[in-house]
Design a protein around this ligand. Structure first.
Ligand SMILES: *Cc1c(COP(=O)(O)O)cnc(C)c1O
Length: 482
């Protein structure tokens, strides 16, 4: 379509690529993302502006206004995207914030494995090929009491591999109360279909009995599957069949008994008020043949799917071709070995997830008081107060349990609503992700790591700068200083 006169005139105001590339401040982005990337971003912006001029949405443009549109995009692309954040939400296994933080030992092992050649698949004694799976197998056996163990990419992968390798083309019996969806993308019925297994549902949503399983087993049945309901809890008139009874039934009828335990607790946490959840070892000793679990939930390690249990079954998974697609990378393996070694040595308190879950309430209160003091000193006219908070385990573990903790409540009406304060804190480097309660911002101290108090102060300082400069969005009021 030929542009109208008016549009043609408007198009003449469109700056050339050369003008844009030569504009002050643009050169700065060349070493950060490459000249060609800068050009392609400018091209997209120019195209958008051209369309607006053509269809009359705007009448003219200039190099300045075009650059003003390109700059935020260039800045976003020049910043790293996957960056550390301060978790002040009090949710320990925060799936959106990366679940578990590694222990120092595990992080060091990752770095060493990443930067150097390693024994990943090499047997030093024999000077020949070794097995990638050997590094952690003996450790998995030690910490869970299993006959054999294997680590794959994640727990979803562990479930998929177990079903595909042991049950493909056959039926697997699951209680209707356990056909759960976890985190939006992991649904038991879908994983089962994907692994080529036919799902046989038994019982009712709230109650399943042993006789339901008994009746469902046929000559086509490969396994009974028990699934941890993770992120939801049913209350009232509910019942499920104890593991021992399912194990006896599976043995009697010659089928496998597999359990997807989800969070994979390795140690008893009833001392921290988190009782009632079986450990991986408990499941095995109650007769489960094969247990799968995540590495980065209650275990506190890297993203991994653990599978432990009977040797014959684990061997079948290890040699099944799909395993190749789910195998664990060397950095993850290094982190997992280091994490399991902490369990072996009884040094679980060095694992941040375990430390955060088991920390005493007095310690949390003292930490909240220290943070409160620093904030009040730095911002004498802000409204900060000590407050009791409800923290959470997260990661689908212990959904009914809240952990009682301490935090600092922040109210900075000078900066705008609580939502705006939280937005400003997220714009700091590193970003601070805070909790919220009504119209207050809450900094939960349970999930803070060493050095985070300083980072929080820095975030408040940068937030203050943004409010003063008016960049932080609505409102220009400077926070009054005493
Ligand atoms: C979390 C969870 C999964 C998924 O584990 P990933 O390690 O995230 O793949 C599967 N099953 C249960 C019961 C879970 O809790």
């Amino acid at each position: 379509m030929k542009p109208t006169n008016q549009a043609a005139e408007a198009l003449r105001t469109l700056p050339s690529m050369d003008i844009l590339l030569g504009s002050p401040g643009i050169e700065h982005f060349f070493p950060l993302i490459g000249r060609e990337t800068v050009k392609s971003i400018l091209t997209e912006v120019l195209d958008a502006v051209r369309r607006e001029l053509l269809d009359g949405r705007s009448e003219k443009t200039s190099a300045e206004t075009t650059l003003a549109r390109a700059l935020p995009v260039l800045e976003r692309r020049a910043r790293y995207s996957l960056v550390p954040v301060v978790n002040a939400t009090g949710v320990v296994i925060h799936t959106n914030l990366g679940r578990s933080c590694l222990a120092d030992e595990a992080a060091e092992a990752v770095l060493a494995a990443a930067k150097s050649y390693s024994t990943l698949e090499y047997n030093l004694e024999e000077g020949k090929r070794g097995r990638r799976t050997d590094h952690v197998e003996w450790l998995l056996r030690r910490v869970t009491g299993a006959e054999a163990g294997l680590a794959v990419n994640n727990n979803a992968g562990a479930v998929l591999l177990s079903l595909a390798a042991l049950c493909q083309g056959k039926e697997v019996v699951v209680s209707r109360g356990e056909l759960v969806e976890i985190g939006g993308s992991f649904r038991i019925p879908e994983i089962m279909a994907f692994s080529g297994v036919r799902l046989v549902e038994v019982g009712a949503t709230n109650r399943t009995h042993l006789r339901d399983y008994e009746r469902a087993i046929t000559e086509n049945t490969a396994a009974l599957l028990k699934v941890h309901p993770s992120n939801f809890r049913m209350e009232g008139f509910v019942s499920s069949v104890p593991r021992e009874e399912l194990a006896a039934l599976a043995s009697k009828r010659g089928v496998h008994f597999i359990e997807d335990l989800g969070s994979g607790t390795l140690i008893d946490l009833s001392g921290c008020g988190l009782g009632g959840e079986p450990t991986v070892r408990d499941c095995l000793s109650q007769g489960v043949h094969l247990v799968t679990f995540s590495g980065d939930k209650m275990l506190g390690g890297p993203q991994i799917g653990g599978v432990v249990g009977r040797r014959r079954l684990v061997d079948a998974l290890r040699t099944y071709p799909l395993h190749r697609a789910l195998r664990v990378d060397k950095m993850t393996l290094a982190a997992f070995e280091a994490t399991l070694r902490l369990y072996l040595r009884g040094k679980e308190e060095k694992i941040p997830t375990i430390a955060m879950l088991s920390v005493g309430k007095d310690t949390l209160k003292a930490r909240a008081e220290a943070l409160l003091h620093s904030l009040r000193t730095a911002f004498p006219d802000g409204r900060f107060s000590l407050t009791e908070v409800d923290d959470a385990v997260g990661g689908g573990a212990f959904p009914a349990e809240t952990l009682s903790g301490w935090g600092v409540a922040v109210s900075l009406e000078q900066w705008g609503s609580a939502g705006r304060v939280q937005r400003l804190l997220r714009r700091s480097e590193p970003p601070v992700v805070a909790g919220a309660r009504e119209n207050e911002t809450i900094l939960h101290v349970r999930t803070l790591l060493s050095g985070d108090d300083e980072r929080i102060l820095a975030a408040f300082r940068s937030a203050e700068r943004l409010t003063v400069s008016g960049e932080g969005g609505a409102g220009r009021e400077k926070m009054e200083r005493g």
